[in-house]
Design a protein around this ligand. Structure first.
Ligand code: NAD
Length: 310
C-alpha cells in the first residue's frame, strides 16, 4: 500500500504562533506522517504561543490520529525580515518582545539548528508567513515603505531562507510556501502590496526551483490556498464573509480546511512528489477555475428566467 512515511525527516515550519493557521495544520500533518517538526515563531507572537502551549489551550488541536500528541522539537524565535541580527535596527532589538529571545534572524535560526542537530539538520522547509503593515490600504493608497515591507516579509523572506538553509538541507529536501489567488486575480481588500507579494512569491517559486534544484537538489513548490479565518486573515477583515462567498461559488461548495492544505503539503514534501517542482498547486476546492462570481443557485435562477422569456 502506498503511504506517506516521513519518519527520520526533520521539518521546519516558519510561521506558527497558534492552532488556527495553515502553519499549525501543516506541522500537524507532517507529524502525522512521522516527521519531527521544529517551528519558527515571530517574536511578537512568541509569548502568547508559549502561553497557549503551557496552559494546555491547544492540547486538543495537538492530538494526532494515532493517539500521539504533536510535540514541537524546537520553537525558535524568527523574524524573517532579517537575514542576520546585524540587519535588525536597535529599536527592534531592544523591545520587550525581542531583547531576551536570542538571535531571531534567519541566520540565527539556521546556526542554532546546526549547533543542535549537526551540519545537515533539515529535510523540509515550510514558509507559512506573511505580513504587510498597510494590508488594509488599497494598492493606490499604499506607501512605498508599506509596499516594500510587504514584499520583504512575505516574499523575499522565502529567497533569504533558501539562501541560508538550502546548504543545510539533506538530499531529497523540499521547500513549500503558501500563496493566494490574489497574486494572479483581483481580490479587493487584499491590499498594502500583499497581492504583489504573492505574485512575486509564485514567480520566485519557479526561479528558486531551478536554482536550488541545480545547486542543492531541492524541490520548491507553493500551494495557493483558499481563504481561512486564521489570525493573520482576521487582521485583514471580512474573512468570515470571504470564506462563505468562496465556498458558495466553488465547484466543491465547502470551505477549504487547514488540514487539507496540511495534507497536500505533506504529499509535496514527500518522496511521492519527487517529480514535482516549481509548481503552484491550488488547494481551494476548485474556486480558481470559476469564471463567474455567481453562486450556482443564482445562475440556475437566471437560466430559468431566460427560458420563461423565450
Ligand atoms: P497565521 O497567522 O497562522 O500565519 C502567519 C504567521 O506569520 C503568524 O504566525 C505570524 O506571527 C507570522 N509572521 C508575521 N510576520 C513575520 C515575520 N516578519 N517573521 C516571521 N513570522 C512572521 O495566518 P495564515 O493565514 O495561516 O498564514 C500563513 C500563510 O498562508 C501566509 O503566507 C498567508 O499569506 C497564506 N495564506 C493564507 C490564506 C488565508 O486565507 N488565511 C489564504 C492563502 C494563503
Amino acid at each position: 500500500m502506498l503511504n506517506i512515511d516521513l519518519t527520520g525527516r526533520r521539518a521546519l515550519v516558519a510561521g506558527v504562533a497558534d492552532d488556527a493557521g495553515y502553519g499549525f495544520a501543516i506541522a500537524k500533518a507532517l507529524a502525522e506522517a512521522g516527521a519531527s517538526v521544529c517551528v519558527g515563531t515571530w517574536p511578537p507572537a512568541l509569548n502568547i504561543f508559549m502561553m497557549l502551549l503551557e496552559r494546555g489551550k491547544i492540547d486538543k488541536a495537538r492530538e494526532l490520529a494515532d493517539g500521539r500528541t504533536l510535540e514541537f522539537e524546537r520553537i525558535y524565535p524568527l523574524d524573517a525580515l532579517y537575514d542576520t541580527l546585524e540587519d535588525a535596527p536597535d529599536d527592534i532589538k531592544n523591545t520587550r518582545q525581542y531583547k531576551d529571545v536570542g538571535d531571531f534572524s534567519i541566520d540565527g535560526l539556521a546556526s542554532r539548528m546546526v549547533a543542535e542537530f549537526g551540519e545537515k539538520p533539515l529535510d523540509i522547509l515550510v514558509h507559512s508567513l506573511a505580513n504587510a503593515p498597510e494590508v488594509k490600504n488599497p494598492l493606490l493608497e499604499t506607501s512605498r515603505k508599506g509596499y516594500l515591507a510587504a514584499l520583504s516579509a512575505s516574499s523575499f523572506s522565502l529567497t533569504a531562507m533558501i539562501k541560508r538553509m538550502g546548504p543545510l538541507m539533506r538530499p531529497g529536501g523540499a521547500v513549500l510556501s503558501l500563496s493566494y489567488l490574489a497574486g494572479e486575480r483581483v481580490i479587493p481588500g487584499y491590499g498594502g502590496g500583499m497581492s504583489s507579494s504573492k505574485a512575486a512569491l509564485e514567480s520566485d517559486t519557479r526561479v528558486l526551483a531551478f536554482e536550488a534544484g541545480r545547486r542543492y537538489g531541492l524541490r520548491v513548490n507553493a500551494i495557493s490556498a483558499g481563504p481561512l479565518a486564521s489570525r493573520a486573515a482576521r487582521a485583514i477583515g471580512a474573512i468570515a464573509d470571504m470564506v462563505t462567498i468562496v465556498a458558495e461559488n466553488s465547484p466543491i461548495p465547502e470551505p477549504v480546511t487547514a488540514m487539507e492544505v496540511g495534507l497536500v503539503t505533506t504529499f509535496l514534501c514527500s518522496p511521492l512528489a519527487s517529480g514535482i517542482t516549481g509548481t503552484v498547486i491550488y488547494v481551494d476546492k476548485g474556486y480558481h477555475t470559476m469564471g463567474i462570481g455567481a453562486s450556482f443557485a443564482t445562475l440556475q435562477e437566471l437560466q430559468e428566467k431566460d427560458k420563461t422569456k423565450r
